[in-house]
Design a protein around this ligand. Structure first.
Ligand SMILES: CSC[C@@H](O)[C@@H](O)C(=O)COP(=O)(O)O
Ligand SMILES: [Zn+2]
Length: 202
């Protein structure tokens, strides 16, 4: 995708996001229209393609995408995700090229169990988020939910650990990011795997 974020780029991004969403929906991670995805189309000015609000995320087409600015406001397209401003904030503060938000049972359950954050160590799967498998403890932060995206963005920025490309939002779900949609997907699958493991209470 070029830096300009034109109509063709937006449709291309929509096709990518629709495919990613179909995959996550098939896992049961985007039930009942929940969740949203984004990809950065340009950095200066910041422009993201974000999934449209309220759609069944298992049935998206390339047209179900909205171009938004650094505040999450629509620049082109219909009504962006209610959480578009948080996607823009994550992309700006972490440098990520793609952001995933899913409503998984494991993230909400573990957020309840460990409101101060989820400690992870000695797991081969940690290599999937760029950490050593052994000897290093990594914390997956848990932040309180809010319907105010500015407040939620402040909490996420304050809590996030640069070693972990994800944050659990208590009573809500999971935010994960990566350099591009493919890496964000891999990070999401790894973090969700770690949460599911912790939930088994090993
Ligand atoms: C059951 S939908 C919950 C929504 O409020 C929200 O949390 C969500 O993830 C989807 O919002 P959307 O505006 O469709 O991107
Ligand atoms: Zn949500």
């Amino acid at each position: 995708m070029s830096a300009g974020g034109g109509a063709r780029d937006l449709a291309e991004a929509g096709a990518v996001l629709a495919a990613e969403a179909a995959r996550f929906a098939s896992f049961g991670w985007m039930r009942g229209t929940s969740g949203n995805l984004s990809v950065v189309l340009s950095r200066d000015p910041l422009r993201l393609a974000v999934t449209a609000s309220g759609r069944d995320k298992g049935e998206l087409t390339s047209a179900d995408v909205v171009l938004v600015d650094e505040r999450g406001a629509a620049v082109q397209g219909g009504r962006p995700s209610a959480e578009a401003a948080l996607h823009a904030r994550v992309a700006a503060s972490t440098g990520a090229g793609a952001v995933v938000h899913v409503h998984t049972v494991a993230s909400v359950a573990m957020g309840r169990r460990k409101p101060g954050g989820i400690l992870l160590r000695d797991l081969e799967m940690l290599k999937g988020v760029g950490q050593p498998a052994h000897g290093v403890e990594v914390r997956l932060p848990v932040v309180a939910n809010s319907q105010d995206m500015a407040e939620l963005g402040d909490r996420l920025e304050a809590a996030r650990d640069p070693r972990m490309p994800a944050v659990v939002v208590a009573g809500h779900g999971l935010y994960v990011w990566g350099a591009d949609p493919r890496q964000a997907r891999h990070h999401t699958e790894v973090v969700e795997w770690l949460l599911e493991l912790e939930l088994t209470g090993r």
